[in-house]
Ligand binder design. Structure first.
Ligand SMILES: [Mn+2]
Length: 303
């Protein structure tokens, strides 16, 4: 019997990767395999302390001879965990598109690449299909639900599919999780961000000139817009002549667009065909990710 290591990306991994590699390891073990889950990457802020304290953990990265690898949550070979090669890789499960054709050249590597909300959804489906539903205890359900919540932005992002919604509902039921589990999860992530708020804003600024949008665009996801610190945001953007900050509020599902600079107000009102709610704030009734806002600006400017 060969050893199997379940792993993911190279630099950072998020809760979707973390939860899915651990849950898939549990399934493989249940099926009689010698499986471990490990990563050489840094765990990002979507994996809060309470998740790390659940009873399931990563294994050590110690290399064993004749190990086969399974990669989850990425299918771009450049992003793979450093230990993975096309020779030792046996399976890929991912929800980012673009490399489906590339992997057709390697018929020995099994792939399931589908554009859905979360890899945790696929792992949940694999567990159910395998007949090993009994491995889904409360802690494993908490991890998989957190992965779905994070990657689909509380099931409100337009990438969310019915399969994600079903997996979420079933895992909530099987794990007997309370209805406010989403709030517990996002609040825990938020308090990690709050430990270094300025840095969190700075680390997610994109500088790219698109259409009539300001060149400097920040983004932050918050549970409730009341928790957002406008003063700290303004101090981060003080050095830029014009800027835009997309604050996605999960509870009401809206985007709060804060901005600064001459004429930005007029340009945004025109772009979204909507009046500003305050001098420096435009609220979108349905949230948009920054990449969706930039895509819209690109489309308008090319008309
Ligand atoms: Mn993912």
């Amino acid at each position: 019997m060969s050893n199997i290591i379940v792993t993911s990306g190279r630099k950072y991994i998020d809760i979707d990767a973390y939860a899915s590699i651990i849950a898939y390891r549990e399934l493989l073990k249940k099926q009689g395999n010698n499986a471990t889950a490990s990563t050489l990457a840094t765990l990002n802020q979507s994996i809060p302390p309470f998740i790390l304290k659940l009873k399931y953990h990563l294994d050590s990265t110690e290399a064993v001879k004749d190990t086969k690898y399974i990669v989850l949550d990425t299918s771009n070979p450049e992003f793979f965990d450093k230990r993975v090669t096309t020779e030792n890789l046996t399976e890929i499960i991912d929800h980012h598109t673009g490399f489906e054709d590339y992997w057709k050249k390697y018929p020995n590597i099994k792939t399931q690449i589908e554009f859905i909300g979360s890899v945790c959804t696929i792992i949940y489906e694999r567990i159910i299909a395998s007949g090993h539903k009994n491995i889904l205890d409360a802690d494993l359900c908490k991890m998989l639900v957190a992965g779905i919540l994070d990657n689909t932005l509380n099931l409100k992002s337009s990438i969310t599919t019915d399969r994600d919604r079903i997996a979420y509902e079933q895992l909530m039921k099987i794990g007997e999780l309370s209805d406010d589990y989403y709030a517990k999860y996002f609040t825990a992530c938020e308090s990690e961000i709050l430990k270094d708020y300025t840095r969190a804003i700075k680390d997610d600024i994109k500088i790219e000139k698109v259409g009539t949008l300001p060149e400097v665009i920040g983004q932050m996801v918050v549970l409730n817009i009341d928790n957002f610190n406008i003063e700290k945001m303004e101090s981060v953007f003080a050095e830029y002549p014009e800027w835009l900050m997309n604050v996605i509020s999960l509870e009401d599902g809206k985007s709060y667009l804060y901005f600064g600079g001459d004429n930005v107000r007029k340009r945004l009102e025109k772009m979204f065909d909507k009046q500003c709610d305050a001098n420096d704030l435009l609220v979108l009734d349905k949230f948009l990710l920054r990449k969706q806002i930039m895509k819209k600006a690109r489309e308008i400017s090319s008309l």
